[in-house]
Design a protein around this ligand. Structure first.
Ligand SMILES: [Fe+2]
Ligand SMILES: [Fe+2]
Length: 258
């Protein structure tokens, strides 16, 4: 079974890259499931109902989120009424939505968990304790489990990969918007990459207009971030999973530039 995971989809350019790349990729690589990080999908900040429907229509089966989950209030009913959009499991218990889901594809059950890091991030509950609890729930139904660890620090992400090695099919990082070239199968069979990278505007600072970001770094004065225009890129990875054992047998990193 092949599962394609797509890094932070940023705004219209990111969604445009999905239209350009996804249909051929699903067909050509015989992809069974597509997981995409949608925390920046609506103009760089959060997700709206219209954008959610667009992503599902293009072929994304499960949408994960991150620190920009609450960027647009339309996410609240989306999380309430739709199983296939999840937010970090280690957000406070009172938050709307769920931190994991099981979907059916190609006759199999696939579990997806979303967690968020604590290093250089806003305070949250322990991602380690949260992922343990979610795995216990999902393991009763499937041994094909994917984890989106939305985190800043490479060390925290690598530690999570090893923490989960042998217990889940794959751990992929999101959030930094910069792809890492460290895809690997860990020693007990878990596929891993520190960050999938960004699906959005190439000539930007993490998807934002570079002039505004440079100016903010120079004088430190507040200025509204604007999404960058221009050419796009598509970033992600395809994980092959043995359906019997749930172990990863191959990781292919993908970075397509316009
Ligand atoms: Fe992001
Ligand atoms: Fe993020």
């Amino acid at each position: 079974m092949k599962i394609l995971c797509i890094g932070d989809i940023v705004g219209q350019t990111g969604r445009g890259m999905l239209y350009k790349c996804l249909p051929d990729m699903i067909k050509g690589k015989k992809i069974d499931v597509v997981i995409g990080n949608g925390e920046n999908a609506a103009h760089g900040n959060g997700i709206t109902k219209k954008v959610y429907e667009e992503l599902c229509g293009i072929g994304i089966n499960v949408i994960t989120m991150g620190n920009h989950t609450w960027g647009n209030k339309e996410v609240i009913p989306l999380l309430h009424y739709n199983e296939n959009i999840i937010r970090p499991a280690n957000f406070d218990k009172s938050c709307p939505g769920k931190g994991s889901v099981i979907i059916y594809a190609s006759g199999k059950k696939i579990g997806i968990i979303n967690i968020i890091g604590r290093t250089y991030m806003m305070p949250s509950d322990s991602p380690f304790a949260a992922v343990d609890a979610e795995i216990e729930k999902l393991k009763a139904e499937t041994n094909i489990i994917f984890v989106d660890f939305h985190a800043e620090a490479t060390s925290e992400k690598i530690a999570m990969g090893w923490y989960l090695d042998g217990r889940v099919s794959a751990v992929f990082g999101t959030h930094t918007h910069v792809q890492t070239a460290d895809e690997v199968i860990l020693t007990n069979g878990t596929g891993y990459i520190t960050d999938l990278g960004m699906t959005g505007p190439i000539y930007s600072v993490l998807g934002m207009d570079r002039k505004v970001v440079i100016s903010r770094f120079i004088d430190g004065m507040p200025q509204k971030f604007e999404i960058a225009e221009g050419k796009g890129q598509f970033c992600g990875a395809v994980f092959d999973v043995d359906e019997g054992s749930g172990k990863c047998t191959n990781v292919e990193r993908i970075w397509i530039r316009e």
